[in-house]
Write a protein that binds this ligand. Structure first.
Ligand code: F6P
Length: 538
């Protein structure tokens, strides 16, 4: 039940009577066992958080009040759960073509999923064959796409690629032509082809980048651009209007949201180099996580537990952010991917009925790669004034033989999580530095409160299958948080206003364009435009 501040009294009480995480380890010796869970080669250890059975039980009650299991059924059965856009959200179907565990009422969805994935594999085989047959071998693939039409593909590619690729994939998203020019400088029209990825095929950055690549082809002469352009989209009409040849258009269903589209043809460029079988393993790994999510009671449901903790920290500890550090270079794009997944899904201030939300929604998600990040932002995690729940992702078995590097990498990740928990009290500081003649100021500065929550996610190795499970786990967690906060996690209206204003502002940046006298654009913005036009030498 909610109290006056829209908080649940039991959760307030749990927080009030909380004696800290460290203290919980003194109560019994099964904490790690009690709060660790396994899923397809991944171990999730929540023991270094404020988790307790009471907390899980209260959140399970809360979830039932919010009808979480009902929403889960609606999601997986193809109900139009994205209410503002009247759309189903059925991307899990793409990873479970055998259709285990997913009970979709409407067979149309299943056949759409099957047809789109079959066509994807056919196109993939065709492109791979084409690459083999070319007299001038293909050395470069430019993947043009932004947000959900790129982040997952890049993550997938970087996570699973081998080192000896003879073909490079360049991910081009930004409208900033510094990126475009740097990519084109590495390519030649004779050895390059382009995959334009856009669900809507109307995203300004993507279309402009494709047009500029077309101009580059035309200037270079020889190669015919449209023969070297493939489009991946849910909007065939727009791709055709753009000029893409019909056989080169690869579609996926409209019920696959952009930030959930890594499971679809959106991943084509990565698949070309990884191969179909790895991609299938990736999908099946995600289907394993789906099975767990659909069939496990909330009290043992890993995604739900993670979401409950996210909600607890955000709403009861006023944590404004959550940090994720992958101790694996291959996962360097994970945070960017998850940022879109979680913040675009849950950064909302309206409930499902249109009312203002009565609690905090998406915390800021940020992070980086260990050990790099240890030397930049970790100071704040340990001694900053904001509580920042932190996630450590460690991979036990690497793909190289540098055992010394890898042990050091793991030791660092483990040590940071241990340090966040343990802290360092004044007596310890004095005893460590007994011979060092430290000033009182230095002693005070070396005290760490500890008791800062972290979760450790341990992968046996990084495989297509457990990567799939990991990403699906985060999707389900995001979904559960959205249900707890009573929001629609599947639209993204907040990004539209800025896009509309950019269209209005664009002509004002032209040299001879007078600033409008009657406009809805504010004075400060108009001044910025004026300064830019005065300074511009283009
Ligand atoms: O502007 C946000 C957004 O719509 C994302 O949700 C999406 O992933 C991205 O833009 C790209 O959209 P599209 O795939 O239609 O080009």
């Amino acid at each position: 039940m909610l109290n006056k501040s829209n908080k649940r009294q039991k959760l307030i009480d749990l927080k009030l009577h909380d004696s800290g995480i460290r203290a919980q380890f003194e109560v019994g010796d099964t904490r790690v066992e009690d709060f660790s869970f396994n899923l397809n080669g991944i171990n999730f250890d929540f023991s270094k958080t404020h988790i307790s059975n009471d907390l899980i039980d209260e959140y399970a009650t809360f979830a039932e009040e919010r009808n979480l299991t009902g929403f889960r059924t609606k999601l997986f059965s193809g109900e139009k759960i994205n209410i503002t856009e009247q759309r189903s959200v059925l991307h899990p179907l793409l990873r479970d073509l055998g259709n285990h565990g997913i009970e979709v009422d409407d067979c149309e969805f299943i056949s759409q999923a099957q047809i789109s994935q079959e066509k994807l594999y056919q196109h993939l085989a065709g492109i791979q064959e084409l690459i083999k047959q070319r007299t001038v071998p293909i050395k470069n693939i430019i993947h043009v796409g932004i947000g959900g039409s790129s982040l997952g593909t890049q993550l997938l590619f970087e996570a699973l690629k081998k080192h000896d690729e003879s073909v490079a994939i360049h991910f081009l998203g930004n409208i900033d032509a510094h990126q475009l020019t740097s990519i084109l400088a590495q390519c030649d029209v004779t050895d390059t082809f382009v995959i334009g990825v856009s669900k809507t095929f109307s995203t300004a950055e993507t279309l402009q980048n494709i047009r500029s690549i077309k101009a580059w082809y035309e200037e270079s002469g020889g190669e015919v651009f449209y023969e070297n352009l493939y489009a991946v989209t849910a909007n065939e009409v727009n791709a055709t209007k753009f000029g893409v040849a019909s056989p080169n258009i690869i579609t996926f269903p409209n019920w696959v949201g952009g930030r959930y589209s890594v499971w679809s043809a959106v991943s084509l460029s990565a698949m070309i180099l990884l191969g179909a079988s790895k991609f299938k393993e990736f999908l099946l790994g995600a289907a394993e996580a789906d099975k767990h999510f659909v069939s496990t009671p909330l009290e043992q449901n890993i995604s739900f537990i993670a979401a409950a903790l996210d909600h607890y920290y955000t709403n009861y500890f006023e944590a404004q952010s959550r940090a994720i550090f992958a101790y694996d270079h291959r996962l360097r794009s994970l945070v960017g991917y998850l940022q879109q997944l979680e913040t675009e899904s849950n950064g909302k201030d309206r409930q499902r009925n249109g009312d203002k939300v009565d609690q905090k929604t998406s915390p800021v998600l940020w992070g980086g790669v260990g050990t790099d990040a240890q030397h930049s932002v970790f100071q704040m995690l340990h001694q900053g004034t904001n509580l920042i729940p932190t996630e450590f992702i460690l991979v036990v078995n690497p793909e190289h033989n540098h055992v010394d590097h890898h042990r050091e990498l793991l030791a660092n990740g483990i040590a940071q999580a241990a340090a966040l928990l343990a802290g360092q009290d004044e007596a310890t500081v004095r005893s460590i530095h007994a011979d060092d003649d430290l000033s009182e100021l230095a002693i005070a500065a070396k005290i760490f409160s500890g008791d800062r929550p972290s979760t450790t996610i341990l992968l046996d190795e990084l495989t297509p299958s457990n990567l799939g499970s990991l990403l699906a786990f985060y999707e389900h967690r995001t979904f559960c948080f959205g249900v707890l906060a009573n929001i629609n996690s599947f639209d993204q209206m907040g990004v539209e206003l800025g896009k509309r204003l950019a269209v209005e502002i664009l002509p004002l940046l032209a040299e001879d364009s007078p600033l409008p006298t009657e406009t809805t654009i504010d004075q400060s913005t108009l001044e910025t435009i004026k300064k830019i036009t005065e300074l511009s030498r283009q």
